[in-house]
Structures are given as structure tokens and as C-alpha cells.
Write a new protein. Sequence first.
Length: 325
Amino acid sequence: MSSQTGTVNQIIIEDTFDGYGMLMRAAEGKGPVVTAVVYPCDEVSLTGPLDAAAAGLITPILIGPAQTISAVACKHSLDLSPYRIIDVEDPEEAAVAAVDLVRAGEAATLMKGSLHTDDLLKAVVSKERGLRTKRRISHAFIMDVPTYNKLLIITDGAVNIAPDLITKRDICQNAIELAQALGVEQPKVAILSAVESINPDIPSTTEAASLCKMADRGQIKGGLLDGPLALDNAISLDAAKTKKIDSPVAGQADILLMPDLESGNVLAKNLIYLARADAAGIVLGARVPIILTSRADNVRTRMASCAVAVLLTAARRQQIGGEAQ
């Protein structure tokens, strides 16, 4: 078993690494966080927030067609009596109502239910009444991979399809701040490509080099960057040594910054379905964390995502408190 020393990734590896357990324990006592749950109209999307509420992670406000939500609860013997329900029939209108709750200070996070991701994010990025910041929003998978000795963040695999250099800067900064909220003081960021040498014919290699220089110049802060790196030498010390890559990041990455959405999505789902990894999902870069999971995700995944949102919210509150002093 792993022994804990205070934060998610500060552990001694003896036999196995239990990232899911680390997340849940790290979030203990930091909730509950009031969470606007958008359109929880099936068993998994309703059971997830209710289980997270029972664990003390969140206080859900359920937004969607009240009759449908109640019918799902009745069918699966779920008690909704402790929770506020805002009756909104249309999923897009439910997303707008949830964003309005955050803007009014009545909710500190958002959680996706059984609606399409586009319907939720459309409300989030609205220029008139959304939750935009100066930074681009991005998605991160937080992976507990049985064959890796710490949590692994994969970004972006769900929001930015073909990010340019400036978008990748924001994706990187979002992921660094996420890792710090999970207890990693200086996250190691591997900027992935197909090769570890710079090749002008492979744009992701030149962008990786630019991102590393941007970090040198303070345009990206808080992380230790290296790239381009291929996947093998980003996560395997043996592979890095074989290729004679001398780098504090190679073989021990905390964050994998992907070339594009397709590669990020494929890698994450490969690990989930073929390597039996657990995964949490979160959207970063908005005014609040957004718990964004797939409609195929199980309750355990949604619980882990809630724990990540709790840790992010706690870190932001601590930062605001420190700035106020």
C-alpha cells in the first residue's frame, strides 16, 4: 500500500499507487462546495452528485426538468429532499441558469449532467453573461494509471481541437495551476510530439520549443517544461536514458501537454479502457472549475472529478485570502 505524506502526489511508492484514494483523502474537510449540476436526467449523472454530496464534497443544486429528475430518482430510490431543484425544461436554458447561479455567487462550481458538452460550454463562454476570463478554457484528464507512480494530467483532450501556440500557453498554465492545487509544487510538463528532436515539418516540435522558451521568459509560470518529447521518454526513465535525454522532466512527467484534441482524447481513453486507469475530468480557465465528464463515465469517475473541483476551489480561496492580507 502507499503511504500519504500530506498532499496528493507526495507519497512513498511501496506496491501500488492509489491516486483515487489520494484525491478523496486530500479533499476531506475542504468541502462541501455548492455546485450547480446541469441537467442530471439519467441515473449516472444524478447518482454522481448525490454520492459526492453524501461524501461531503459538494452541495448540489439540481437544474433541469424537475419531473424528469424526480422520476429518475424514484426509479433508482434516490432521496432528493435535501436538495434544491430549479425546474428548467431545455438543456441549453439549464446551462444558462447554472451560469447565472455562479455569477450571482450562489454556486462555486458547475457540473455537467446528461446534456451535450457543447450546450454547457456555450453558456460558459458567452461574452454577455458567461464565465470567461482572459485565459482560454481547456480540459484536463487527471489519470490514475496502474502502471504509473503518480497522478498524470493529460491536456487538452476535450475542448480545444487544434490549439495554436498562444492557446497551448493557456492550456499549459491551466494545467500547472491544477497540478499545484493537487499538491505538486513545481509540476513537470512534458510537451508531446512524435519525436524528441525539433523538426520544422512537425509543427508540434517547434511549438514545444517555443513553449519552453516562453517559460524561460516568464510567460508560463510555476512549472518545469521540456519538449518536444515523445510519449515513451516523457513517462519512462529507461526510455529517456536509452535515447540519452538528459532532462528533469523526461521519464517523470506530471503533465502531458498534447499536440491536439485527437491525440489527447485517444491517449486518455486508451488508458481508461485498455490500462484500467481511473480518470477525473475538469474544465479550467473559466471563473470557476467545471466538472466535465463523459456520458459514459461511471459514478467513481464523477466522484473523483468532484474531489478535484473541491481542491481547485480550496486553492483559489487560499490564493484570494493570501492576496487580501
